[in-house]
Design a protein around this ligand. Sequence first.
Ligand code: XMP
Length: 518
Amino acid sequence: MTASLYKHKILILDFGSQYTQLIARRIREAHVYCEIHPYNMSLDDMEAFLPKGIVLSGGPLSIYDKDAPLSDPRILQLSIPVLGICYGMQYMTHVLGGVVGQAREREYGHAIIEILDDQGLFHGLGQEDGEVVWMSHGDRIEKMPPGFSVLARSKNSPVAAMADRKKRLYGVQFHPEVAHTPNGAKILSNFLFEICGCEPSWTMASFVRRTIRNLREEIGNERVICGISGGVDSSVTAVLLHKAVDKQLSCIFVDNGLLRRGETKEVMELFGKRYGIDLHLVDASEHFLDQLKGVTDPEKKRKIIGREFIRVFEKKAKELGKVTYLAQGTLYPDVIESVSFKGPSATIKSHHNVGGLPSVMKLKLVEPLRELFKDEVRQVGRELGLPNELVMRQPFPGPGLAVRILGEVTRDRLEVLRAADVIVVDEIRGAGLYEKVWQAFAVLLPVKTVGVMGDERTYENVIAVRIVDSLDAMTADWTKVPYDVLARISNRIINSVKGVNRVVYDISSKPPSTIEWE
Ligand code: XMP
């Protein structure tokens, strides 16, 4: 595990809170490496991880629930600093001989805490009118375990924060990791630097240096292939590998005929010409469109595209001769074995990724981005000199425009959608919104409506415009785009895209809708 390379690291034990990933984000933003592991990680594994500190996350259950998650209590005797957050604090209290009281109702939202001890965890805080924090808890601490003292209190929580300074055990009832706790980052930094003695050594520049060195060692003289999709993750993966093993890397870009306008050319120019990567374009567009002929069911479309992608990729890879490794742009959120992040969305649509490739092709995997969150990948991209438009590119689904054309995917309908898509993106960029929203795109609907153009009656297609705000695609809300921007999008599409006489704006949030229409 590469983690052992980072000397100053924090272990986060996940008790199922929706905020666990945020704890990791905040710690990494303070330039300290951390990993999330399930609450039931074995004591041996915890010790082997060599953490400078441990954070116990919150969780949805009460310590008194039948299935309450319990870690090995010996973690509190390892002489490693521990910070328990919400449920983590209650767990600590429970196993160390304190009393957790069952609340009649949850305390949820903003609260003011009064800081009683502004050393250590709350160093630099402690305004006279109190600190604003975000609470989300049912149970609370009624009696602290022996050896603990109160660090802060609020109206509803007589023990809003506590510590056994000697043993370096800390607990907070509120959530320092969320943005609603304005000084939360400072509190976490105090834990990292003052209490755990971490050094802020996790930077993307050091990540790049280390990763290139490791990749060289791991790959030796073998050959690697990497699929490029035009998205950030595969691009960064390819460039890292190129820097590490240069000519031993071959990249494959499959044009499945479902890409946006100009995409193939852009990818070939950037990676082939500018970076000089050995890049192989497979133009399989005819093949994919043939396979999709007459298919209208969304899941069938996805399955066909996934299956054909693997076939095409495998065939090309074979032509390239003996290859040992397959590089993939897997990110940290996909590998966290956590209680809380495998949300329901994974099973709602069969997401097409290259996940099936390694087992089919019997290749060894290299996943240089396995430790990174998306915004860290973007920073790595910048570090590697990738253009900003690529680094900040919005997500684009694997099955491409096929899931944005409701009904049958045909060449003509693809052209209509491409033309509308260019306008949506262009106007959103022009309004300075491209990097602010999660995604902005057009969808071609399988209905025709009546319109009038000049003196003529028209009977043409409808384009739906979908623009959403989101943090992680698990939930999303439609963006309140200014009316004049929507008006320009609509006018330009209706005036210039042949075959469209109506534009509608999608005002559904996720859940209950999803971001894509299929
Ligand atoms: P939904 O539509 O499920 O989409 O709300 C969530 C996010 O995932 C993207 N998406 C996909 N990405 N393969 C992908 O690689 C897919 O099959 C796929 N389907 C949806 C979508 O664009 C959004 O960002």
